[in-house]
Design a protein around this ligand. Sequence first.
Ligand SMILES: Nc1nc2c(c(=O)[nH]1)N[C@H]1C(S)=C(S)[C@@H](COP(=O)(O)O)O[C@H]1N2
Ligand SMILES: [Mo]
Length: 333
Amino acid sequence: MLLKRLSAHHLTEQDVTPEAVYQDRRLILKGLGLGAATLAFPTQAGVLDLFSGDKPAPVATRALNIHAAARPEGLILTPEEKATTHNNFYELGTDKGDPARNGHYLKPEPWTLKVEGEVAKPFTLDVWDLINKSTLEERIYRLRCVEAWSMVLPWSGIALADLIRRAEPTSRAKFVAFETLYDPEQLPGQASRSLGGGIDYPYVEGLRLDEAMHPLSFLAMGLYGKALPAQNGAPIRLVVPWKYGFKSIKSIVSIRLVEEMPPTTWNLLAPNEYGFYANVNPAVDHPRWSQASERFIGEGGIFGAKRQPTLPFNGYADEVASLYQGMDLRKWY
Ligand SMILES: Nc1nc2c(c(=O)[nH]1)N[C@H]1C(S)=C(S)[C@@H](COP(=O)(O)O)O[C@H]1N2
Ligand SMILES: [Mo]
């Protein structure tokens, strides 16, 4: 795993079938009295059980005032303890369990978020003031990581467009640039190549202005009706459900309206593997693995979790495909 951390590449095949899964499979197969020869079967079946031992306790964060969403039919929520212990937040460590373990370093309160750049009315938002004074909207979204695993998560927050509109973008604003907090005391991976993967921090992301203004683009301050745990991007993070998970930047301190397409962290690291757009697309494979299907992280009994087809735009094509009319999505991956 150390090699992965020190390389410029996001992922290895090991991430697509995480080490933890192999470990668990070995234990489970041992328990069933099956030998190593049977390993080939669960690997292909996409069987997933991240927790063979004691389940971790749910994360204690405060309950929020939310307007709950109806539970959609046909979508199964990922269990809270999996959503909060299987994370990508490299500033808190590159292994899936690191962000939950190291989350105590991050102090999400107080927190200010700036909306600035090409706007008539830049402002600084007191995030906890917003959380405490609002009824947040709940949205149940699919999350598809570029590593070919997926979850279904109940976020609470506000539409990104609401915040951007308040700042009154000028006619020069064409893109939106986002930045994660830079503070190695709170995000120790920023000061340690071995913990943080050798990325140039702060983590940065971006959207075209019309993508940012789309009603599905969301700023989440809660998960499962409670304030975001550190590992999920406390206290405020972006959620763009039709794009690969790395676009959904965590623990943001700045939203800047800009004229030019802004740099984005994974594109800077490996431009041939991660584009600016990063729309979920089962027809365009990652150079090192297929994107046609994904492992859904659900209840995850040994025969429960399954590999399922990945949907164009992660299932949101009806809402967002028109944003990309006339674009060659192989070129603009
Ligand atoms: N600042 C920051 N934001 C980040 C990441 C990161 O490493 N640092 N990882 C991204 C990736 S790859 C994914 S899949 C999602 C995971 O969000 P979750 O842990 O809440 O499921 O966060 C994204 N946002
Ligand atoms: Mo991801």
